[in-house]
Design a protein around this ligand. Structure first.
Ligand SMILES: Cc1cc2nc3c(=O)[nH]c(=O)nc-3n(C[C@H](O)[C@H](O)[C@H](O)COP(=O)(O)OP(=O)(O)OC[C@H]3O[C@@H](n4cnc5c(N)ncnc54)[C@H](O)[C@@H]3O)c2cc1C
Length: 366
């Protein structure tokens, strides 16, 4: 029996398994399908909140810690697994921002590299953007990562570790209880027990807790994305405009995202979103009209109030924990969210104050 059982193999579950295993713990990680097939596959991979100054302090704390760890993480994953997650640290432009003063104040307060730049600077770096922008915000240290490749690298890393047992195609159907103590879970392939159970099931985490009569406000928020088969160099940096963005990949392909839809667990793309994303793409980079749309997909983000994740023990139960609700920022928040939880589980000094993420004050009893 493992010390820790992690339910859900997205970026949160896999990075948590990795953190615990690196510290010498025995871990079982299970998923109802192959790992990294849900939101962690579908996302855009910007390693920054979109408008970072509009988030509350607890999100900034996790994002800042994570951002500085991504270069090392990406290098380690590539060296250990041979899969390159394609971390590109080329910066992000934000155009048409109407609260630029607040952005600059925030950057000064948190010591984040950010500058207001003029049109000459913007178009010198990104000549194919739609003409007409007079200024922009420039965040030179923002990077992006290629989600499916990060997922593949993490899965390979998990598989190669002797102290992680990976159980895919195991759907959790309920909990095994002894009074208030959680012994493990019932799955489609039988019982799996462990010392502590941690739920990292993304948008489905709230659903899993319903069987215990608990209401965790983590709910699915659908996001649709589109991929253009563009040539290398058409776009070089992440560009954000009116809440949407383009993200270039190393092979030239350009992602356009994303919608924000409260449609429950309904997973499917729509013609309306396709047309709207296409319009967004051409509004940012008109030349994208010349290139084929190669793919259009969606994912379910684990939505939570103000995007502040729930990280910690579940009140009323023993040995049951949660790490979910990273909402639009699961990629960028993952290293810090999982390191913080590993610190708590292993009794180490936490990297940051865990109080804002604790469940006790925020959870409603249904
Ligand atoms: C369109 C889009 C764009 C995004 N862009 C960005 C971005 O640019 N930057 C960023 O930081 N974030 C972004 N995100 C958000 C980010 O992708 C998510 O916050 C993150 O992937 C959540 O990770 P997770 O591991 O919690 O959930 P998931 O990746 O959804 O993983 C949950 C796992 O739990 C498993 N599971 C569920 N129920 C069960 C069960 N009963 N039994 C067993 N296993 C179960 C699932 O199979 C799945 O593998 C985006 C998301 C979307 C959809």
């Amino acid at each position: 029996m493992s010390e820790f059982l992690i339910v859900g193999g997205g970026v949160i579950g896999m990075m948590l398994a990795r953190e615990l295993a690196v510290s010498g713990a025995d871990v079982t990680l299970l998923d109802r399908q192959q790992c990294a097939r849900e939101s962690s596959w579908a996302g855009g991979g910007i390693v920054s909140p979109l408008y970072p100054w509009r988030y509350k302090e607890p999100v900034t704390q996790l994002a800042t810690w994570s951002q500085s760890s991504y270069v090392h993480l990406a290098q380690e994953l590539e060296e250990d697994t041979g899969c390159d997650p394609e971390l590109r640290q080329k910066g992000m432009f934000l155009v048409s921002v109407d609260d630029a003063d607040a952005a600059v104040d925030w950057a000064r307060q948190y010591h984040r590299p950010m500058a207001r730049v003029d049109a000459e600077f913007l178009y010198r770096k990104e000549p194919n953007l739609k003409p007409g922008h007079e200024q922009a915000i420039w965040m030179p240290e923002v990077s992006s990562i290629r989600n499916p490749r990060l997922g593949r690298a993490l899965r390979e890393d998990v598989k190669r570790r002797d102290n992680i047992r990976l159980l895919e195609d195991h759907q959790v159907q309920g909990f095994i209880l002894e009074g208030e103590r959680v012994l493990g879970v019932e799955t489609s392939q039988g019982r799996v027990c462990a010392g502590d159970t941690i739920l990292t099931a993304g948008a489905w985490t709230g659903q899993l807790l319903e069987s215990l009569g608990l209401t965790l406000p983590v709910a699915p928020v659908r996001g649709q994305m589109m991929l253009f088969k563009a040539p290398v160099g058409l776009v070089n940096r992440v560009v954000l405009m009116d809440g949407r963005y383009v993200i270039p990949r190393n092979d030239g392909r350009v992602l356009v995202g994303s919608t924000l839809e409260y449609t429950g667990f309904e997973k499917g793309t729509t013609e309306e979103a396709r047309a709207s994303l296409y319009e967004t793409a051409l509004n940012i980079v008109p030349q994208l009209a010349e290139y084929e749309v190669e793919h259009h997909w969606c994912g379910l983000r684990p939505g939570s109030p103000e995007g502040i994740p729930y990280i910690g023990a579940l009140p009323g139960y023993r040995n049951l924990h949660v790490n979910a609700g990273q909402f639009r920022n699961g990629l960028v928040l993952a290293p810090a969210s999982t390191r913080l939880q590993a610190d708590l589980l292993l009794g180490r000094q936490p990297i940051i104050d865990p109080t804002p993420y604790e469940l006790s004050a925020r959870l409603e009893q249904s």
